[in-house]
Structure formats: structure tokens, C-alpha cells
Design a binder for this molecule. Structure first.
Ligand code: NAP
Length: 244
């Protein structure tokens, strides 16, 4: 269903694969011009740009403030109507076995990058722009397997969402988050290659299935639409009832 984003420009981080790519496709189908951010998957990002026709590719390791600044410098004075903070990593950080490098990396990519990207995007955002942060149900519930830091990073995203909704309200910028449950992407492929793990996750889901990236992208499109103009500071679970 076309959400009427003609004439709007959206920057989607981590749009080369998975949920970010589905969001880019969905917003483009609704008429938006997409700035496709990637890190290592440049070829996939270029392929997506070709597919979308209107796509521009920017590349940066979001774990580096220097690279984030350089990415925004490359955008010049381009105006943005939508910022989707989607890029993220999912690594195990079990207590007693986790290196300082892994702690720094997950905090840098999942928390600090979202702060810096949003801060750098501020001068480019039009009045009435939308910021959508991709959180996770893991920010609310415990997950087995040493995922405490991942969950903590997503709880931080929820806190950013509520605070920025207040901070940016005077510019009529709406800030919301989408918190997916398990979605089949490269991020979860290895985890769900274990048949028993997959079976348990499906059994735990009231709707009896894992999610797909398009089911998340459709909700992001709604939050970017005119219909969502009275919604800000919310964290919307998109998990087939995983968190009830
Ligand atoms: P994915 O398939 O692994 O894709 C991750 C994306 O993030 C890629 O486009 C990747 O870019 C980018 N990225 C990773 N590290 C980066 C870095 N250091 N700098 C810049 N970009 C980086 O993951 P996904 O499943 O689509 O997840 C997308 C978001 O949804 C994440 O925030 C994740 O936490 C959240 N989420 C996922 C699930 C799930 O079950 N899949 C559930 C809840 C929430 P390159 O490939 O170009 O390097």
C-alpha cells in the first residue's frame, strides 16, 4: 500500500542487507528517494541502488565517528525527511568470557553510532521529519545465550527514542522505534541453523513463525506516513506477539 512519500528523501543505515534493505525497498515503493548506507556490502548496496533507480550509496563504518562525519560531509547540504537508524550487530557477550574489544564494538556500533548519526543528521532534517530507530524485543526481555549487552544496547535505543521525541518536538520531528522479534536475516541465520533452536523460537511465538524483513519494513513505512503524524516517542513491538 503506497504511503505517499513522493518528494521525500530517506537515509537508511545498514540498507545493504536484511531489514534495512527491506525498509529501503518499501520506502522507495512509497515514492521516497533513498540514500542507501552500507559498510562492507558495497556491491549489494550498488545493486539495490540500481534496482531502486533513485538510490544513492554512502559507505561508512558506523563504529567510527570519523567515518560518520565523513559520510555526512559527502552529503553536503542535502535535506532529509526520514532517518532510519537500522544498522546494528548481534554478538554474544557471555559474562566471564567476553573481550574488551567485543564490549567496545557492540557499544560503538549499536549505541554510539546511532547518537552520532542522528547528531550529524540534525542540520539536514526538515521540519516535520521522521526518525525511526530499529530497536529489538531484546531491549525488554531477557534472551538466553549471553545477549545481555545486545539487550542493553537496544534498551538504550528505546531511551534515545523517548528523549529525542521530547528534544526535537519543537521542530515537529517525530521520533519512534520499531522493536522486531526474531526476523530471518543474515544476522540470525547461524543461530537458526540449529533446528532445535529454531523450533523453540517458533513454539514461543504466538503466531507460530519467525518474522521476515518485509513485516518490519511495512511498520516503518507506516511510522513515516501522514497517518502516523500524531505518534512520537513510541517503541512499537513488531514480533508476532513475542512480547505480550
Ligand atoms: P543484518 O542482516 O546482519 O544486516 C546488518 C546491516 O547493518 C548491514 O547492512 C550491515 O552493513 C550494517 N552494519 C553492520 N555493522 C556495521 C557497521 N559497523 N557500520 C555500518 N554498518 C554496519 O541485520 P538485520 O537482521 O537486518 O538487522 C538490522 C537491525 O535490526 C539491527 O539494528 C538489529 O539489531 C535489528 N534487529 C534484528 C532482528 C533480527 O532478528 N534479525 C531482531 C530485532 C532487531 P554491511 O553489510 O554493508 O557491512
Amino acid at each position: 500500500m503506497d504511503k505517499g512519500l513522493g518528494g521525500k528523501t530517506a537515509l537508511v543505515t545498514g540498507a545493504s542487507r536484511g531489514i534495512g534493505r527491506a525498509i529501503a525497498r518499501r520506502l522507495a515503493a512509497d515514492g521516497a528517494s533513498i540514500i542507501i548506507h552500507c559498510h562492507q556490502s558495497r556491491v549489494a548496496a550498488e545493486a539495490l541502488a540500481g534496482e531502486l533507480g533513485s538510490g544513492q550509496v554512502v559507505q561508512a563504518d558506523l563504529g567510527s565517528v570519523r567515518e560518520i562525519d565523513a559520510m555526512f560531509a559527502s552529503l553536503g547540504a542535502k535535506k532529509l525527511d526520514i532517518l532510519v537508524n537500522n544498522a546494528g550487530i548481534w554478538i554474544g557477550t557471555p559474562l566471564g568470557k567476553t573481550s574488551a574489544e567485543d564490549v567496545d564494538r557492540i557499544l560503538e556500533v549499536n549505541i554510539k553510532s546511532v547518537f552520532w548519526v542522528t547528531q550529524d543528521a540534525l542540520p539536514l532534517l526538515n521540519e516535520g521529519a521522521r526518525i525511526i530507530n530499529i530497536s529489538s524485543v531484546a531491549g525488554r526481555v531477557g534472551v538466553r545465550g549471553g545477549r545481555s549487552l545486545y539487550g542493553a544496547t537496544k534498551a538504550a535505543i528505546d531511551a534515545f527514542t523517548r528523549n529525542w521525541a521530547l528534544e526535537l518536538a519543537d521542530r515537529k520531528i517525530l521520533v519512534n522505534a520499531v522493536a522486531p522479534g526474531y526476523v530471518t536475516t543474515d544476522m540470525t541465520n547461524e543461530h537458526f541453523s540449529d533446528v532445535e533452536v529454531r523450533k523453540r523460537a517458533i513454539e514461543r511465538s504466538p503466531l507460530g513463525k519467525l518474522g521476515n524483513a518485509e513485516e518490519v519494513a511495512d511498520v516503518v513505512a507506516f511510522l513515516c506516513s501522514h497517518e502516523a503524524r500524531w505518534i512520537t516517542g513510541q517503541i512499537l513491538n513488531v514480533s508476532g506477539g513475542f512480547v505480550i
